[in-house]
Design a protein around this ligand. Structure first.
Ligand SMILES: Cc1cc2nc3c(=O)[nH]c(=O)nc-3n(C[C@H](O)[C@H](O)[C@H](O)COP(=O)(O)OP(=O)(O)OC[C@H]3O[C@@H](n4cnc5c(N)ncnc54)[C@H](O)[C@@H]3O)c2cc1C
Length: 291
């Protein structure tokens, strides 16, 4: 279909889908398959990498429901049999529940939710992973970014080089993931320790930042933290000054305090240029996403 041939066609898929499979991967992750005839028009040009989509969870008390952001972990089948696969995190630590986590905890085949996803032939956006050719990669994320990092490393070219650090709540959440020989994949299980602290320490040790600790006060955390080469949630100039640690591209996503702490070291101490980074707050402890 040509991108602009029919003005009645929305530039993205906005449709309701049915749960066609549910698999409890581990204590924290539920893998959900979503299907429906409208997904025949789903499509992304090139690798999906960290392609995000929106899910809309029904709320019996309101017509609108609750919209949350998730990563497309896989796409199976084709035509009207297309299935979108999403790995959803259950919030097991504390009593922090939200519509997404709550829905995932009881999801069953036949349940219905809404989805906003890329339509074949139309620009949708939502892929932030964009390293300069030949860059050394640094991928960092907690459990909410595990689906994105696993998809990225599976889709990297065979000659890619770098390290991926993934923090999960417990050791049983570690997954097998295919990755190029030149990319090390390091799993960290926090086992009750503070979210992001182990990840922070592992990454600063890897980068060789002296004496760097995760010290970010709650009022210093931007819950909407999003810094990429083309967008800055703080309103910074998105132009690049072209300086920095030549050759390393950093993609960091997860709890906003962890991302804020690592951003400081990479930008202030190591001089990473914004053309070499994507810093993304995927969630904020104690703060519900806006519906
Ligand atoms: C681009 C992008 C991609 C994402 N991809 C995924 C994905 O593939 N899978 C996935 O599970 N999540 C993913 N997330 C994160 C997800 O959108 C948030 O965790 C979201 O807050 C979940 O909504 P909720 O309704 O469960 O909780 P909310 O209603 O938003 O929050 C309710 C409470 O739960 C807490 N909370 C939120 N998330 C967590 C968490 N992970 N652990 C513990 N407490 C939490 C909040 O701090 C709050 O106190 C992604 C986010 C972005 C921006």
């Amino acid at each position: 279909m040509a991108a602009t041939s029919d003005p009645a066609v929305l530039p993205m898929l906005v449709t309701d889908v049915e749960v066609v499979s549910v698999e409890r991967l581990s204590p924290t992750f539920v893998r959900v398959g979503l299907g429906g005839p409208a997904l025949a028009d789903f499509g992304v040009d090139g690798p999906r990498y960290d392609q995000r989509i929106k899910l809309v969870f029904p709320d019996p008390a309101s017509e609108r429901g609750h919209m949350r952001t998730y990563t497309l972990r896989d796409v199976r089948g084709s035509g009207e049999q297309t299935t979108l696969v999403v790995d959803m995190v259950l919030h097991l630590e504390g009593d922090l529940v939200g519509p997404g986590s709550t829905w995932a905890s009881t999801a069953a085949v036949g349940d219905r939710i809404g989805v906003l996803a890329p339509r074949r032939g139309f620009p949708f956006g939502g892929i932030e992973f964009a390293p300069p050719p030949g860059a050394e990669l640094l991928l960092v994320g907690d459990e909410t970014a595990v689906p994105a990092i696993c998809t990225v490393v599976e889709q990297l070219p065979a000659d890619a080089r770098g390290t991926a650090f993934l923090e999960v709540p417990v050791a049983a959440d570690v997954q097998d993931v295919r990755h190029p020989a030149g990319v090390d994949v390091v799993w960290l299980a926090r086992e009750g320790e503070e979210v992001g602290a182990g990840l922070h320490d592992a990454v600063v040790a890897h980068l060789g930042v002296p004496g760097a600790i995760l010290e970010v006060a709650p009022d210093e955390v931007d819950p909407d933290l999003w810094e990429t080469p083309s967008y800055s949630s703080s309103g910074e100039d998105v132009g690049s000054d072209g300086v920095g640690v030549v050759g390393t591209y950093a993609w960091i996503a997860g709890e906003s305090r962890m991302v804020t702490g690592l951003r400081r070291h990479l930008v202030n101490q190591l001089g990473f240029d914004r053309s070499q980074v994507a810093f993304m707050g995927y969630w904020r402890r104690g703060v519900a996403m806006r519906s």
